[in-house]
Design a protein around this ligand. Structure first.
Ligand SMILES: [Zn+2]
Ligand SMILES: [Zn+2]
Length: 156
């Protein structure tokens, strides 16, 4: 195994375009011979940055501990406002209603997490010469260099 060809680890951290976390490459967790991006905690995914406050009761107005709790508390808020409908519904009610439906939609489709990703313009971190096979540059997989055409593997 040529240590110089494994240069993913010795380049500066890359940045997630969604949450701005510094990222590094790890071998694919699902067993594929591919790389994936991971944050400093080693996780390839993270809660979306605009929902992080819903995990800390100090940081969100309804005192929720997670997005599902927030959904329930917003629903309770709207029920209370609806039951007391002797006065007009206030902008607070409509704000809660908007947040409720936006959050419900995201939870329904599990769109609260993202897989870390870097900009497509991010240069490949490999600095050394790239070997060729079948007339094209090989790709660097966790197991070594792989041909893009015939999948031949080499550690060169
Ligand atoms: Zn991210
Ligand atoms: Zn080949």
């Amino acid at each position: 195994m040529n240590g110089r060809s494994r240069s993913w680890a010795d380049v500066p951290p890359f940045t997630c375009v969604i949450c701005l976390a510094p990222l590094h490459r790890i071998p694919h967790r699902g067993g594929l011979d591919e790389w994936q991006w991971a944050d400093a905690q080693g996780s390839p995914s993270r809660i979306d940055p605009d929902l992080v406050h819903l995990y800390d009761p100090q940081l969100n107005p309804v005192g929720a501990t997670d997005p599902y709790d927030a959904l329930n508390k917003l629903a309770a808020l709207m029920d209370t406002a609806g039951a007391a409908r002797k006065a007009c519904l206030t902008w607070v009610y409509w704000q809660a209603a908007r947040e409720y439906s936006a959050l419900k939609t995201r939870l329904d489709v599990s769109a609260t997490f993202h897989q870390h990703e870097v900009s497509p313009a991010t240069p490949a971190p490999h600095h050394g010469p790239v070997p060729r096979h079948c007339g094209q540059p090989m790709r660097l997989a966790p197991s070594g260099w792989r041909c893009r055409a015939c999948n031949e593997r080499t550690d060169a």
